[in-house]
Design a protein around this ligand. Sequence first.
Ligand SMILES: Nc1ncnc2c1ncn2[C@@H]1O[C@H](COP(=O)(O)OP(=O)(O)OP(=O)(O)O)[C@@H](O)[C@H]1O
Ligand SMILES: [Mg+2]
Length: 592
Amino acid sequence: MTQTHEEEILGKAYDARLMGRLLRYARPYWAQFALAGGLLCAITLLEQAGPAIVKVAIDRFLSKGRSQGLLSWAALYLACTLGAFGLQAWQSIQTAFLGQTILLDLRMQIFSHLLAQGLRFFDKNPVGRLMTRVIYDVETLDDFFSQGVVAVFNDFFTLASVTALLLWFDWRLGLAALAVLPLLSWATAAYRRFARQNYRQVRTRLARINAFLGENLSGMATIQAFLREGVNAGKMDALNAEYRDLLLRQIKINAFFLPLAEILSALAVFLVLTYGGWRLHTAGLSVGVIVASAMYVTHFFQPLRDLSDKYNVLQSSMASAERIFSLLDRTPEVLDPPSPRPLPRLQGRVAFEGVWFAYEGEDWVLKDLSFGLAPGERVAVVGPTGAGKTSLVSVLMRFYPYQKGRVSLDGVPLEELSRGDFRRQVSLVLQDPFLFSGSVLENVRLSNPRIPPSRVEEACRQVAADEFIRDLPGGYSSEIGERGGLLSVGQKQLLAFARALVFDPRLLILDEATANVDTATEERVQKALQTLLKGRSSITIAHRLSTVTGADRILVLQGGRLTQQGDHRSLMRQGGLYRSLVELQFKQVERA
Ligand SMILES: Nc1ncnc2c1ncn2[C@@H]1O[C@H](COP(=O)(O)OP(=O)(O)OP(=O)(O)O)[C@@H](O)[C@H]1O
Ligand SMILES: [Mg+2]
């Protein structure tokens, strides 16, 4: 629904603020724009030389019955036309190049902006909408830059130069031709009003169809299981019919307006011919001037013919620009301080002091959480589903800002550090590992060329991933498909594990890192971990409690609060949640 809502807010066709901001993107290329504009002027001038040449041909040759020398004027006419075509080709390429260059800049700006956003931003903005911004809205601006800016300039130039020529040839005749202008401006204003209203409705209906379609496609299983096909088809039918009717209305508006421009043009020609003809006798006006003026009048109406197209381009560009700029204006929620504290090699000391954290408002997910991690210490976090274990990691990684308390690394509050400085020294294995399309090798070292393949292989051996990688058809250079679709979940997790190790972190965070591998593999990984974790701090989150019994300290999280902490032995002695969880799992193992 938000999507529909957003599409409905359709701005004006011309908004000076948006226009100014859009043009700022063109500024670095002003020289190329000037070239495109210059080419257009040259084309227009060549085109307008035509009637002047015809005038000379009539007045100097035809009306006097002379033909000697006429050939060179005829050749000049041809040359002007050919020249205009040649320049036109150059100009088209030039403006298309400009448009695409600016779009590239804009797309990169949006993508970099997305990369800088905190994770809450992505919780709130569906992928579909963001994709629309980067692809569709940016593409819409192509017409604006490659046609709009230059075309509007050209239209003004054409109108001005034709007016000047008409008046220069014979000002009285010129004024007669321009007498249709008030009618024209009235018609244009009327058209704009109708087209604008209708255009807005068309966009709204289209957005509704999109939203409805999107919802249906993602909820197909539910629709089919509950036999909603008929009902939903009916709804779609209604939406579709409305959309069709509006489009038809748009066509009717155009069908009415476009002939109107032709009629007015004919009316102007009529005025020129009759008034000119009358003055031919009274004031001795030449035939050439009358013919040339009649020809110029049709030039005058040329820019007005594709007015509807230009209008649509402008309107949709403004709407797209509005949406793009509102995205670009969103400051990231988590920002680096202006002058971050330098962070040399991390000792691995972590402290949470009375930390409160909520994703939304006052829905506390972490409540007054305090704990410390000494350099080299191995801490495990356990607790029921939804207790806030992953959230704790998100806060520590600064994916989300926390609201109260203090989180520090080596004694420095997180907010005073540059995120890059500490994330570089921390490795994280997520509960839901993410792999990119590409080879095994690149996925482990994340395209960091400073990590040699031998180190990747070493890390994979240590986490017992080496075996399955060697079985892949291409070994380490096998492509693993988009999101690692060609691997099992357990295999993906092992790769994520290798990825964490290859970066030689000072602090290792494992969120359910071994949840999806079989017991034998897990045992091997655990063994590898024992040596690997030496000298590093680590936080391990696990549901399978057998994997955490060896930790230096175990934190028990319950409903966002730290309810127990200590090593396995002391927690077992204490009783409480930890012991009951251990006993429950132990019983399950016995039963199995
Ligand atoms: N991105 C999010 N936006 C809003 N609420 C969230 C978000 N992620 C988690 N939550 C909520 O925060 C609470 C804690 O979630 P969290 O993922 O930290 O639990 P967890 O302890 O890791 O659970 P599990 O063992 O199932 O992984 C849950 O109630 C969840 O609904
Ligand atoms: Mg979790």
